[in-house]
Write a protein that binds this ligand. Structure first.
Ligand SMILES: [Zn+2]
Length: 95
């Protein structure tokens, strides 16, 4: 058993896990524009039409470091965006 923690993202449409290369995490541009708290939501490519959202490949955010890095990236992008919180993920140990 290792200390490594990985996130299993569940698709917001079908509620099945989203594997690497199979989906993305999206933040609604509307939330960013209105500077309201937002959250990453996971989707399979097949489950959602392209919409007005900022997205990153799901495999980029598989651990707390990746999550922190991308949250920071997005915060820098929109300085007033205070936090991208509410990770809908289930941490579990790998080992
Ligand atoms: Zn899905």
């Amino acid at each position: 058993m290792t200390e490594t923690m990985t996130f299993t993202w569940l698709c917001n449409e079908c509620h099945l896990p989203v594997g690497d290369d199979r989906g993305y995490l999206a933040v609604d541009f509307e939330d960013i524009r209105k500077q309201r708290p937002s959250q990453w939501l996971a989707y399979h490519d097949r489950c959602r039409e392209e919409e007005d959202s900022y997205w990153i490949p799901v495999e980029e955010v598989r651990d707390p470091r990746g999550a922190g890095r991308w949250t920071e990236h997005l915060s820098r992008k929109r300085r007033q965006l205070m936090a991208v919180a509410g990770f809908d993920a289930r941490p579990h140990e790998v080992g």
